[in-house]
Write a protein that binds this ligand. Structure first.
Ligand SMILES: NC(=O)c1ccc[n+]([C@@H]2O[C@H](COP(=O)([O-])OP(=O)(O)OC[C@H]3O[C@@H](n4cnc5c(N)ncnc54)[C@H](OP(=O)(O)O)[C@@H]3O)[C@@H](O)[C@H]2O)c1
Length: 410
């Protein structure tokens, strides 16, 4: 086997995606568990795999197992005997008697190599307890996965658009339901099937996004509960609706996750945080992360962070719009035409955001970089401090978080 290099698709690889995060761009990465830095452009896949096998990494990583991943063209030029062996592997029927952790680790490894056809693998076990994760992995080819949306509003559309634009999900495998046809047309334009029946979405999907307004969630969950099985993954985006409420209204053993996205998912620049319910496994989280990565930044955390994320990022988008509007109006006050001032304000917010994210610098550092002593910016910043912008913004995040908590208790 040649020296396999990473290609740009490694972000989608479920072996690396849960723990390897890009630094600046996809050519540099850091292990988010033990912080080791990798220059992917110059090193091979083997070096990263060796890190996965190191005692230091294993001591913190409970989610991934070792497999060989190689998709660089250099690796396809194997000796004829090796090619023969590899073609034998794609056709080989492989069975596992027992569906425990060891079988899962081996199955995951051989499937990730891409050399074994997942349809040729069969697993047996007396109970269904451990079989779900094999089915999940075998379906991890997202193009085959059936995905449903209950609710056809802005959030459902933003997520659907993001996952479809990635090209990983086949639009024919996506179905969305809503009581009226008001919002269904734009989904049809994406090639997605539409219906007025929520139960049809559940029976025809494996992963279902619950994207109705929070006050409707209990009614809709009671309606779909008879159709939800242990094979489903139900992902709620409803603000304030807790995992306990979701699990309490669905059949026992339902796999539930809570996701808090924000509106920029519509342009694949969302900030999404999810929490797993008591029956959702790490691999369900990996599946959701893999699916949503094209929508923006996807992070997993405890449920207690979800309300803070709602305040910071869900509502935070509106805080940024208010600031952009005020910037533009400042320009208008100083004599600039309104349309031009708004275009420049939007670009200023976008550019500042990208620089902040991509430089990895603290915002205070970047702010100080544009502050010439005695210059224009420090005079402007003084005005913002005098108006209490910093304290007001912190108060806004706190108020929105508290409101999300309150809604969750209703
Ligand atoms: N918007 C955001 O920025 C944001 C951010 C984070 C989380 N969220 C969460 O996302 C969820 C949806 O918000 P949204 O902004 O997308 O709302 P929205 O635009 O008002 O859309 C709600 C959708 O639910 C549909 N609906 C109403 N009753 C239904 C029922 N019984 N069964 C199935 N569908 C039903 C509506 O149908 P019609 O099309 O027929 O009206 C509509 O398509 C909310 O729970 C919210 O908390 C939103």
């Amino acid at each position: 086997m040649g020296k396999c290099k990473f290609n740009e698709n490694w972000l989608d690889n479920p072996v690396f995606a849960p723990w390897l995060v890009p630094v600046k761009d996809v050519h540099e990465a850091r292990c988010k568990l033990c912080k080791k830095y990798f220059k992917l452009g110059t090193m091979g896949v083997k070096a990263v795999e060796s890190h996965m096998q190191s005692a230091k990494h294993k001591s913190v990583d409970k989610t991934t197992s070792i497999s060989h991943f190689c998709s660089a063209p250099a690796c396809t030029s194997a000796a004829p005997s090796q090619c023969k062996m590899e073609s034998d592997l794609t056709e080989m029927k492989i069975g596992f008697i027992g569906a425990g952790n060891m079988a899962f680790g081996i199955a995951q490894g051989i499937l990730m190599s891409g050399k074994v056809n997942r349809e040729n693998v069969k697993v047996s076990a007396p109970s269904s307890n451990n079989l779900g994760r094999f089915q999940c992995k075998m379906e991890s080819d997202l193009t085959e996965m059936k995905i449903g949306f209950i609710g056809a509003g802005n959030m459902a559309f933003g997520i659907a658009q993001g996952i479809l634009m990635s090209g990983k999900v086949n639009p024919e495998n996506v179905k969305v339901s809503a009581p009226s046809s008001n919002n269904l047309g734009r989904f049809q334009e994406l090639g997605v099937a539409v219906t007025h029946s929520n139960s049809e979405v559940v029976t025809g999907s494996r992963l279902v996004f619950m994207a109705v307004k929070p006050h409707l969630v209990p009614t809709v969950l009671c309606e779909i509960a008879p159709f939800v099985t242990q094979q489903h993954v139900i992902v709620s985006v409803a603000a304030g609706i807790t995992l306990a409420t979701l699990e309490g209204l669905l059949p026992p053993d339902s796999v539930v996750m809570r996701l808090m996205p924000n509106l920029p998912c519509m342009v694949q620049e969302g900030a999404l945080l999810f929490s797993r319910g008591s029956r959702a496994r790490p691999e369900d989280g990996s599946l959701l992360r893999g699916l949503l990565t094209p929508c923006g930044l996807v992070e997993e955390g405890p449920e207690t962070w979800i309300d803070a994320h709602t305040g910071l990022s869900g509502s935070g988008v509106a805080f940024v719009y208010l600031f952009a509007e005020a910037l533009a109006e400042g320009g208008v006050k100083m004599g600039m035409p309104s349309a031009l001032a708004h275009r420049i304000a939007a670009q200023t917010v976008l550019g500042a955001g990208r620089l902040l994210r991509d430089s990895g610098k603290h915002p205070a550092q970047l702010r100080s970089d544009v502050c010439t002593p005695g210059g224009t910016t420090i005079f402007g910043l003084h005005e913002l401090e005098r108006g209490g912008l910093r304290a007001t913004t912190m108060g806004a995040v706190e108020a929105a978080t508290e409101r999300a908590r309150e809604l969750g208790k209703k």
